[in-house]
Write a protein of this length. Structure first.
Length: 165
């Protein structure tokens, strides 16, 4: 009879285990699975957000490149040709043609720069021209100059530069 009692007790334990133990284990596993899936969803959402930001950044870069290809940029610099001889070099560092290129400079600099080529009708990308500069003892060593030009749509642009001798 001890075996019968033992079998009955084992049957009761097994019944209790099936009745309460397995559902409890199933609930715990479900909760753990739910927690892991929430973590995975957060990671996936963050990854999607980063991908969207990268796409936006790439789109902005492409737009900037496209805009830069349609822009001209007029630069100027005083260069030393030989002892006491200087020239003002004006060039287009942009990627588009500049039209009606002109220069503006302060009154104290008007006697040192001779502008016989401006307004320059058009200046293609990478091209340049030079103006004469007369340097004497009263010449300021640093002054500002403003380059002015139009794009192919007729919109005026300007850039202020500090030049040194």
């Amino acid at each position: 009879m001890t075996i019968t009692v033992l079998l009955n007790q084992l049957k009761d334990v097994f019944t209790e285990l099936v009745k309460y133990g397995f559902p409890t284990v199933a609930i715990i596993l479900s909760l753990l699975s739910f927690k892991d899936s929430r973590k995975a969803n957060k990671v996936r959402d963050r990854l999607n957000e980063l991908e969207e930001q990268l796409k936006q950044f790439a789109l902005e870069e492409k737009e900037k490149e496209r805009m830069d290809e349609t822009k001209a940029s007029i630069e100027a610099r005083i260069i030393n040709i030989s002892k006491g001889k200087y020239k003002l070099k004006i060039w287009n560092s942009g990627k588009a043609t500049a039209y009606n290129v002109n220069l503006e400079f302060p009154d104290e600099s008007k006697g040192i720069i001779y502008t016989d080529k401006v307004p320059f009708e058009f200046l293609e990308a990478g091209k340049n021209f030079e103006e004469q500069v007369l340097v004497h003892s009263g010449t300021p060593r640093k002054f500002t100059i403003k380059t002015i030009w139009e794009d192919n749509k007729g919109i005026n642009h300007s850039k202020e530069l500090i030049l040194t001798i």
